[in-house]
Design a protein around this ligand. Sequence first.
Ligand SMILES: Nc1ccn([C@@H]2O[C@H](COP(=O)(O)OP(=O)(O)OP(=O)(O)O)[C@@H](O)[C@H]2O)c(=O)n1
Length: 346
Amino acid sequence: MIKNGHHTSSESGAEPGSTVGACSPEKRKRVVRVWCDGCYDMVHYGHSNQLRQAKAMGDYLVVGVHTDDDITLTVDGKDTYDEVKRMGRYRECKRTQGVSTTDLVGRMLLMTKAHHSNIDNSDYQQHTDNFGKGPKGHSPWTGVSQFLQTSQKIIQFASGKEPQPGDTIIYVAGAFDLFHIGHVDFLETVYKQAERPYVIVGLHFDQEVNRYKGKNYPIMNVHERTLSVLACRYVSEVVIGAPYAVGKDLLDHFKVDLVCHGKTEVFPDKDGADPYAEPKRRGIFRTLDSGNGLTTDDIVQRIIENRLQFEARNQKKEAKEMAVFEAMKRREEGGKSEDCAQAAAL
Ligand SMILES: Nc1ccn([C@@H]2O[C@H](COP(=O)(O)OP(=O)(O)OP(=O)(O)O)[C@@H](O)[C@H]2O)c(=O)n1
């Protein structure tokens, strides 16, 4: 699912451990295999960003997925990467500030809308004003956070490719909220519709999604959804804030050859009209079966049903993180230079 913005030789199809190209032995480059591991619960663009960085460090990335949520540090601050560090085989990825599974789950449970990007919304203003001001006495890792979109982040995630002559321009639109495996399967199906596909995803603004989905949807705001979708290898381009109706101007502007939607419900426009009326009239609309029944609603329901378990898990995790944080502070105060920044990569 993850696309590496800075393409590596892994894209040459080389097997791990093999050499690349038929050149002299001195020129042969050993394929660098990178290992990273984590819990990756409810994969979000923070995870995508970590995997993107890890992949850029070598040619072939292997990801280990933990069975439990626990953190990779003991209470005295000694980490489980001790051995690889001593061997000089340890590198760190930069943590994406402002996104965590904990925060996303909090939005689902508390039914808040403060994350919706709307400048006229005082809740959102307060949300951004609080940037970096973690609640006192809480772990800096497990806690509510704010994400600030930057052009640099978009560049890191984007393919940077323009459509080429002969490409089939395929347009899909939606919320793509809590970007999940159903979305990935759908986009893969879309991608397979052409020999040389150029897939453009139109993301609806938060207010638009809230109009047709209700409650406090979307759980991820448009900035967050942009990165989630851009991280998907099947996506070439994202329209940030696409019009709900797929109209003439949009189709002509992007020279769209095909418009697709999955088997999920198509909500009517404000005036009751079919948002796909124009592509249907042109005969370029296709309904696709992703073969996956998962929806954003299912994920939210799962979280709500497991609320008590989640809260207990979080309290335990945060207590452990606080102990580590205090140990790190004590060590820093003691003038020791040992690197404990690994905790920040949790
Ligand atoms: N299991 C799924 C989930 C989504 N989609 C498709 O993915 C696109 C984007 O869906 P989205 O607008 O995010 O919302 P929903 O259709 O409501 O799906 P979800 O609730 O999962 O977000 C749509 O064409 C939808 O039909 C799909 O084919 N299979």
